[in-house]
Write a protein that binds this ligand. Structure first.
Ligand code: F6P
Length: 467
């Protein structure tokens, strides 16, 4: 067990702990590990805030190139003191692919197909032991490095067991656990093998405080813990906000300008529906295309007058469900294009490149932004788009996205399972008169003004210190 580092001055009084770090590495053509920014709201929101040389960020080496970089120990990643932890690849693969992404992600998002999945067999139980081992390794690493009485901010479902392990090793530090996903309610948590469910709950209950994007996920968390006879720790609700400054910086760059021109050429004078998502089951990309096909069916007058630009970048490709989902998405887009397309009009442009300047160009130009997840902790796209859009675009937003709680008055809310309702909402958005569009867009901008990643970070630090 590690001990407090008395010899280390309080030079890093904030410690961020996450699975994916603010930078990730890849091999260049000479085989050297070179750093690049990672995607995702957590990284983009926090990166500028902790680049003060004082905070320490501990993340996990995910790729082979990360592992090479991890060997150099603590590094300065554009002002961020970063250490990548090199975990045994077999342990990590079970923890990340099997438990984090194929079990906890599905559980918290309610996307198990219960007639078939999950199956908790010996293989799964071994993976759960490796998830525990992974969380122990991370807790040990934090315990060995955190300055005395540091505020340790542990991020997300990959690290649910860290708070309890860390609290046992370092009672002097304050521990916040922040969940970026929804949280499973009592019925769903009861799907887990009982010992695993209990361990998960006890792991989180070891935190000084647990944070969530909305009160809905927080309430499910407390109800789930109580259903297992475990008293929840202090909780807080603090939604993350988009890094609008960073997005504007990308927008003013050459790459984004070129993408805007390219998209304008593709759409010609058609209205533009945009979606920007990881290629992921919870994002509900299939029902989005079904809704669009339904609209094209009902409204032949819209043919050639609308284009759906779907910027969906691959993710977690090691998980078989994701690979299968990608194939389904590609097949459905092709079938809609085959059914309605003409020589001079492609109804869906499916783009699976991970190109952030292109996504930002889409944000600037959309007439309609479709965000229809089956369930989502927050959904930053629903905030990033409206924050920078220049076309008085209309947001069609799933009521199951955390951000719907505060954007409801300024968007067209949809039940994500209801393809007919989604189709009608797309229609209403495309047909909307300019004055109503402008009112809604202004409402969104007003709601988002003043919401910053800094506030979100401060809420976590406050919760740590209140404990
Ligand atoms: O929603 C949770 C989250 O951790 C996001 O912060 C991030 O965008 C996404 O999942 C990334 O997942 P992964 O690290 O598995 O690619």
């Amino acid at each position: 067990m590690s001990t407090v580092h008395d010899h280390e001055p309080e030079s890093h009084d904030l410690v961020i702990v996450s699975n994916r770090g603010p930078v990730g590495f890849r091999f260049d053509d000479r085989g050297r590990a070179v750093a690049g920014k990672t995607a995702g709201g957590l990284a983009s929101g926090l990166r500028p805030l902790v680049a003060d040389g004082r905070s320490l960020w501990l993340a996990v080496a995910i790729t082979e190139a990360d592992r090479v970089a991890a060997a150099q120990g603590r590094m300065d990643a554009n002002g961020i003191q970063l250490e990548l932890l090199d975990v045994d690849p077999a342990v990590y693969s079970d923890a990340y692919d099997v438990i984090s992404n194929s079990t906890l992600w599905f559980l918290h998002h309610g996307i198990f197909d219960l007639a078939r999945t999950p199956v908790f067999n010996e293989r799964w139980h071994r993976a759960w032991r490796n998830y525990r081992e992974f969380n122990l390794v991370v807790a040990d690493a934090v315990a060995a490095r955190a300055p005395r009485r540091a505020d340790v901010l542990v991020q997300d479902y990959h690290l649910s067991l860290v708070p309890r392990f860390l609290a046992a090793r370092r009672p002097d530090v304050s521990i916040v656990h922040y969940t970026h996903t929804p949280f499973a309610g009592p019925d769903a948590i009861g799907i887990l093998p009982s010992e695993a469910g209990r361990e998960l709950a006890e792991g989180l209950a070891g935190a000084t405080a647990c944070g969530f994007h909305t009160s809905r996920w927080r309430d499910r968390f407390t109800a789930s813990l109580r259903s297992l006879g475990i008293e929840p720790p202090a909780t807080f609700v603090a939604p993350l906000a988009p890094d609008t400054t960073g997005i504007r910086a990308v927008a003013s760059g050459e790459a984004c300008r070129a993408e805007r021109t390219r998209i304008d050429q593709l759409r010609r004078d058609a209205q533009l529906i945009v979606r920007v998502d990881r290629l992921e089951l919870s994002k509900n990309i299939l029902r989005g295309f079904h809704a669009y096909a339904d609209l094209l069916d009902r409204r032949p007058d819209l043919h050639r007058r609308v284009v759906f630009l779907a910027l969906v970048y691959p993710s977690r490709e090691g998980v078989p469900e994701y690979a299968a989902y990608r194939r389904e998405v590609e097949a459905l887009a092709a079938s809609v294009n085959g059914r309605f397309g003409t020589a001079d009009w492609q109804p869906i442009i499916l783009d699976t490149d991970d190109d952030f300047p292109r996504a930002v160009a889409g944000f600037f130009l959309y007439d309609v932004l479709l965000v229809n997840p089956v369930r989502d902790g927050l959904n930053l796209v629903a905030m990033e788009g409206p924050a920078v859009n220049e076309a008085d675009g209309v947001l069609v937003l799933s009521r199951e996205a955390g951000s719907h709680t505060f954007l409801a008055d300024h968007c067209l809310g949809v039940n994500p399972f209801d393809v007919t309702e989604t189709s009608r909402a797309l229609e209403q958005a495309l047909d909307m008169d300019p004055a109503t569009r402008s009112d809604l867009a202004a409402g969104l901008v007003g709601e988002l003004r003043g919401r910053t990643p800094a506030q979100w970070l401060e809420a976590q630090i406050r919760a740590a210190r209140a404990g």
